[in-house]
Design a protein around this ligand. Structure first.
Ligand code: CU
Length: 134
């Protein structure tokens, strides 16, 4: 009897839709900690691709609450290469629905670095990570 109930409960749990954070499945994700905050980054192409890629940045405090009211810029650049013009761009990422959003136009395949420059309550915080554009 108890076993049967336990089995049914287990099945019901298995069939429940899995709760998902407000990002689509298949995003390219990066999670970084800086200055006691967590930066959860999602790029809507996985892997990132040539052309437009939307980047969404959620900033959370140590309690997991969304940090709103930050100023966020996304700087993306290709490391300098011989015989190549510098490719270094910065776009603002204004807030929308608890996330800071921007579109990066990645104009060449290969390695890029992304620097998220934020100002949270007067403090400048940088988060850096590489991506490989296909
Ligand atoms: Cu290059």
């Amino acid at each position: 009897m108890y076993l049967r109930i336990a089995l049914m409960l287990g099945l019901a749990l298995l069939m429940m839709p899995v709760w998902q954070p407000p990002c689509e499945a298949g995003d390219y994700r990066v999670r970084k900690k800086a200055e006691g905050l967590v930066f959860e980054v999602a790029i809507n192409r996985n892997p990132p691709v040539l052309g437009d890629n939307e980047i969404r940045i959620e900033i959370k405090d140590s309690q997991g609450n969304a940090v709103l009211g930050a100023e966020v810029l996304v700087n993306y650049y290709m490391p300098p290469m011989p015989r190549m013009p510098p490719m270094n761009y910065t776009v603002p990422a204004p807030p929308k629905d608890d996330a800071y959003r921007a579109v990066m136009d990645l104009i060449m395949a290969g390695p890029w670095n992304i620097i998220i420059r934020s100002k949270v309550e007067g403090k400048s915080i940088r988060v850096v990570f590489p991506i490989d554009v296909r």
